[in-house]
Design a binder for this molecule. Structure first.
Ligand code: UD1
Length: 323
């Protein structure tokens, strides 16, 4: 798998290792850290744009487990920030587009029977209606959304052209949250940013009026979907939403996090700035297709997931300050 040192990837790696799968993680550590990689997995530092690095990861696989070659690929590594894609569209396209094409070429040369890809809800752009179904148009409004959608199409085409040897699934992930999410990186998901700021006592910054909405899905549930895709990939290549089917405004979100952290939202400092480039207004997933195809149900409510995330974040900040 790629991206296994990062937030979402490390949870997928954990889930695979927990059930006894042999796992090789290819990650360039641009966002991830080696501590996130489960100790039972083999870690290869490398870049998904490099065919040589990808080959090293596949070779490493033959050294572990029963010596058989890899059969499944989870491709999660990527440039993950909508906002940063505006700073360098070419870099975004290289990592997300070329990187995915390289992974697909490597998969084609080997015995890969299932290829699962981390796409994004940003592929849709502003949807014509909510909740968003997979058959709605994909009209991304950020470079990131465009490259994720391009890569997703490449993954599905590769599956369709494999003469039935490789099945492919692309997950249009909505706003994934949970332990190991960055509490400091301003370019990563908003829930971690708000949580980090509240635990440090810093002011909350809201881009726009705060009435924009997102569908937050717990990372453990997302990892479960990835495992299901490897276990029962459908014959026909498919893109599937991974969300919960609910949405919350950014204002309600930060206020809720403040309450869970024991801070009074009425008095907590917050301010507004103009909306960010490429920001989508409202998002909410229709998840009936993932349920139908994979039998997937995201069982963790925002309340429960947030409780776990806050407990993890408090510990993580304590550990950092103790160092
Ligand atoms: C996020 C991810 C994207 C992923 C997508 C689907 C980032 C930057 N974006 O997109 O990679 O593909 O989910 O899973 O990780 N906001 C604030 N204050 C802040 C930060 C953000 O008000 O300090 C607002 C944003 O302007 C936006 C909303 O919160 O309206 C959500 O932001 P964010 O989580 O950063 O990005 P998404 O566009 O939802």
């Amino acid at each position: 798998m790629t991206g296994g040192a990062g937030f979402i990837g490390s949870h997928v790696a954990d889930a695979l290792v927990a059930r006894g799968d042999a796992v090789v993680v290819l990650d360039d550590l641009s966002n991830g850290v080696t501590e996130n990689v489960p100790s039972a997995a083999t870690f290869i530092e490398g870049d998904v744009r490099s065919a040589a690095d990808i080959a090293r990861a596949f070779d490493a696989f033959k050294e572990i487990g029963d010596g058989s070659p890899a059969t499944g690929v989870c491709h999660i590594a990527g440039q993950a920030s909508t906002f940063r894609s505006f700073d360098s569209p070419s870099w975004d396209m290289e990592v997300n587009g070329v990187g995915t094409a390289r992974m697909l070429e490597a998969a084609r040369e080997r015995t890969i029977s299932t290829f699962v890809f981390a796409s994004s809800m940003t592929a849709y752009g502003p949807p014509p209606a909510l909740p968003v179904t997979e058959d709605m148009p994909c009209e991304a409004i950020s470079y990131y959304g465009v490259t994720k959608y391009a890569a997703e199409r490449a993954v599905l085409i590769a599956g369709a052209n494999s003469d039935g040897t490789m099945r492919s699934v692309a997950f249009r992930m909505f706003n994934v949250f949970g332990p190991r999410q960055s509490l400091t990186n301003p370019y990563q998901g908003v829930l971690g940013i708000f949580l980090g700021r509240i635990l440090r006592g810093d002011e909350i910054l809201i881009f726009g009026d705060g009435d924009q909405t997102r569908d937050f899905v717990y990372v453990g549930d997302v990892a479960d979907a990835w495992v299901r895709a490897l276990d029962r990939p459908p014959e026909t290549p498919v893109a599937l939403n991974l969300g919960t089917g609910t949405r919350i405004t950014m204002t309600a979100l930060w206020r809720r996090i403040a309450s869970v952290c024991g801070r009074d939202p009425e008095t907590y400092p917050h301010s507004h700035q103009g909306p960010r480039l490429g920001d989508q207004r409202h998002m909410q997933a229709d998840i009936s297709k993932a349920q139908e195809v994979l039998g997937w149900i995201p069982g963790t409510s925002l309340e429960v997931g947030l409780g776990r995330t806050v407990a993890w974040a408090k510990q993580a900040l304590e550990d950092t300050s103790a160092k």
